[in-house]
Ligand binder design. Structure first.
Ligand SMILES: *[C@@H]1O[C@H](CO)[C@@H](O)[C@H](O)[C@H]1NC(C)=O
Length: 168
């Protein structure tokens, strides 16, 4: 009885060692560590660690494949009653979406290809999934202000342009 018990204890201890060895020192843990290190390092940092190069390359690819603004949004000046056109040009938009927002009133004007605002003077034109033009017809003085173009990345990317409306 005594011998049997000791033998089981030994088997148990060996199993314990095996599990400890496996999870702590072998592949599983190291992989997890490497993964979390990859998340922490930015590309510049990982250049110092050659064994992280591959992960860094993937990270760089992901970063460079995110949408980005091709140009700033211009500040536009328009005479009251004339039409205004605000362009937002985005490279590499892929499945992300562009929205136009009126900053002062926090109003969403357009999302992707849909016009959200009920203001009938506001329309959207787009081409090549790259250029998104907010059109404001027959401008009023109340249209003066900041307009923001947003891309729904995480974190969100955005640019603003000012619409100046001047008297005749
Ligand atoms: C628009 O005007 C603001 C300040 O009024 C300025 O900071 C910004 O650079 C201007 N944008 C462009 C594209 O010139």
């Amino acid at each position: 009885m005594m011998v049997k018990f000791k033998r089981w204890k030994l088997v148990g201890f060996l199993l314990f060692l095996l599990i400890l060895f496996d999870t702590d020192f072998c592949c599983g843990r190291r992989t997890r560590q490497t993964e979390s290190m990859l998340e922490d390092f930015d590309i510049g940092e990982s250049a110092k660690f050659p064994y992280l190069q591959y992960g860094a390359e993937i990270q760089a690819k992901i970063k460079s494949s995110l949408p980005r603004f091709a140009q700033p949004i211009p500040n536009v000046t328009v005479t009251i009653g004339k039409d205004a056109l605000l362009p937002c040009v985005v490279d590499n938009l892929r499945s992300y979406k562009v929205a136009w927002v009126r900053v002062d009133t926090q109003t969403i004007l357009t999302i992707h290809q849909a016009v959200i605002t009920r203001n009938p003077r506001i329309t959207l034109s787009y081409s090549d999934h790259r250029s998104w033009f907010l059109q404001i017809k027959n401008t009023h003085e109340s249209d003066r202000g900041w307009y923001m173009c947003q891309i729904n990345t995480d974190p969100m990317r955005s640019l603003m342009g000012y619409l100046e409306v001047v008297g005749k």
